[in-house]
Design a protein around this ligand. Sequence first.
Ligand SMILES: C[S@@+](CC[C@H](N)C(=O)[O-])C[C@H]1O[C@@H](n2cnc3c(N)ncnc32)[C@H](O)[C@@H]1O
Length: 468
Amino acid sequence: MRKKKNKFEILENIKIEEMVAEGKCLARHNNMVIFVGGVAPGDVVDLRVTRKKKSFMEAVPVAFREYSELRVEPFCQHFGVCGGCKWQHISYETQLHYKQKQVKDNLERIGKVTLPEFDPILGSEKTKYYRNKLEYTFSGNGWLTDEQIKSGEEFDRNALGFHIPGRFDKILDIEHCYLQPAPSNAVRLEVRDYARKHGLDFYNAVKQEGFLRNLIIRTANTGEVMVILQVKYDDQEAILGIMKHLEETFPEITSLQYVVNPKGNETYHDLDVVCYKGLPYIHEEMEGIKFRVGPKSFYQTNADQAYELYKKTRELAALTGNELVYDLYTGAGTIANFVARQSREVIGIEYVPSAIEDAKINSQINDITNTTFYAGDMKDILSDELIARHGRPDVVITDPPRAGMHQDVVEKLLQVHADRIVYVSCNPATQARDLELLSEKYEVTRVQPVDMFPQTHHVENIVLLTAK
Ligand SMILES: C[S@@+](CC[C@H](N)C(=O)[O-])C[C@H]1O[C@@H](n2cnc3c(N)ncnc32)[C@H](O)[C@@H]1O
């Protein structure tokens, strides 16, 4: 049998050059590009090739010969195994440098438009404990690290934590996570230990069996806390046992809920969520504007940086109070409501009907009366009829998902020809693609990267487009 050529070969003494897409680093060997995770620019390493294609290879480090000066000591005991905080081995300053570069490279390479000088990336004051939502998964067959296996010790395999990257069935039990503030860690550990002690059945994702499925914790900037337990079947005695224990142990939980989900997947947007204690929602707040966040609502997961992002978006929109603003991909109407007091009228459009319900509630509870929201696919809702009804927007704010805007939407924006478009994106590659199309009638006048997710390679970017 012919051996697969060069797969798994070891490459020695390779210098890591720089950070590139998806948080990986780039190196070269015999004119071949290699993508490597878990290293830093400046490291010198031995690599094991894991994938070989005609024009590139993928590899993992097996030995370090020299460590880069850009490195810092990782702070988390789960570094290298857990899929979160993959950049914690490089300093925050270096992370910001590479995020800014990622935006610049994408806009120059894909966008092919004339660009102004970029504004320096807005870094996050908090680089740990910045998330307001985490979702932990139960597993009766928790992942053991190589060290744990080698130690020969007995470990309780009932785990509550995060997926091993790329593995739907492997869960890493988490002792301490640095992403969400208190009481997130304490609640997770308490639920895990209670369930272990009472012999409750942790989920098995392969067989799709087991009682305990997942635990969602939301910690709002108002101090309110929501906990949602998701279970496979309706065992009231077991559910109420956990609920009562959490109620007694954590009086700070203001919204304690559970959902019975017998389905094959963990989504529960189509299921009833039962509120055991408190209100069925919590509130986030920005400049005195309250946002109601229910168990099915989307809210930006880094609330402090969301505020910075929205302030910058509003600043670039240059609102004076007289503008008609279209907020495309409005989610729960957060940007729409945030800019409403500085606008004449705001139209928000979003695909998910329940998010639009939240958007309307968010206007009502803040006495905002100049917003109108529509649910549906952007390419259908942003129609000639809608524009005739509300008028040509002075300003468009658009914040599409990672895939960017549908070509029909871009064409509609060219036809509508608002004075300014503020384009917020979590994916500079698709943003760059859309900018090239929009350059027919717009020039890019400001570029402002924002870091919403420290310790990861993700970057948000705001671009101001001004009509030519
Ligand atoms: C990046 S989020 C922006 C949310 C919001 N602007 C915020 O700051 O919270 C993108 C939003 O686009 C919505 N969306 C995705 N595809 C859509 C489509 N084809 N039409 C309308 N909305 C869509 C998603 O449901 C999501 O709420």
